[in-house]
Design a protein around this ligand. Structure first.
Ligand SMILES: Cc1cc2nc3c(=O)[nH]c(=O)nc-3n(C[C@H](O)[C@H](O)[C@H](O)COP(=O)(O)O)c2cc1C
Length: 190
């Protein structure tokens, strides 16, 4: 299975600004590493919980192979795929790292992270290196609270065509952007 083209050159990105990629709720790919093994899962259930420090909450079902990998390593990378990767995103969600090596099966490129052992997915528009900062809600809610400690974002396009899940196999594709409401916007709303 051949993956889509790699995203273009990336630059360091301020972690307090990465929420701009997550506020519209795109489907993300969570990559992880534990004891020499790597894995990827598709994830839709995540939320921004703060911007400085940069916090993200995510729900990961305990039956997923990724659950143990991220709980034990206390790290992951949240990767932002774009429309060209949609078929791969679905296939990653349909398979388990217990049975397949998803990087090799789906032709994705693992790039070492700067602050975590979990690999970045080169083909994605952005990659957020995360460390687990609060594990107290995992047992009760399967909720992981992450701090983004390093972010890599493609220099263009500014607004990538991300995919957003509507359930039942239907995705919304991000489309038109508008700055029409900017003048009414209170700066304190960030
Ligand atoms: C569009 C989509 C969204 C998903 N969102 C989540 C999610 O938010 N949390 C979760 O635990 N699983 C989610 N899944 C399911 C996992 O991606 C799936 O169970 C995956 O196979 C787990 O892989 P693993 O066993 O290698 O960890 C989603 C799947 C798809 C296709």
């Amino acid at each position: 299975m051949k993956a889509a083209m790699k995203a273009g050159a990336k630059k360091d990105f301020p972690v307090d600004g990465i929420r701009r990629f997550l506020e519209p709720g795109p489907i993300v790919l969570v990559s992880s590493a534990w004891k020499g093994e790597t894995n990827i899962m598709t994830m839709g259930w995540h939320m921004v919980m703060g911007f400085s420090p940069s916090l993200i909450g995510s729900y990961v079902w305990s039956e997923n192979h990724s659950f143990d990998m991220i709980r034990k390593s206390r790290e992951c990378v949240i990767n932002i795929p774009t429309l060209d990767l949609a078929p791969t995103v679905v296939r990653i969600g349909n398979s388990s790292g217990r049975e397949v090596d998803k990087f090799s099966k789906f032709g994705l490129t693992a790039v070492p992270g700067a602050r975590v052992k979990a690999p970045l997915i080169a083909e994605c528009h952005a990659n957020f290196e995360c460390k687990l900062v609060d594990s107290s809600l995992i047992r009760k809610y399967s909720l992981f609270i992450w701090e983004v400690v390093k972010a890599h974002v493609a220099t263009s396009p500014r607004f990538p065509r991300t995919i957003h899940y509507r359930g039942d196999g239907v995705f919304m594709i991000s489309g038109e952007d508008t700055g029409r409401y900017r003048r009414q916007f209170k700066p304190q709303n960030l």
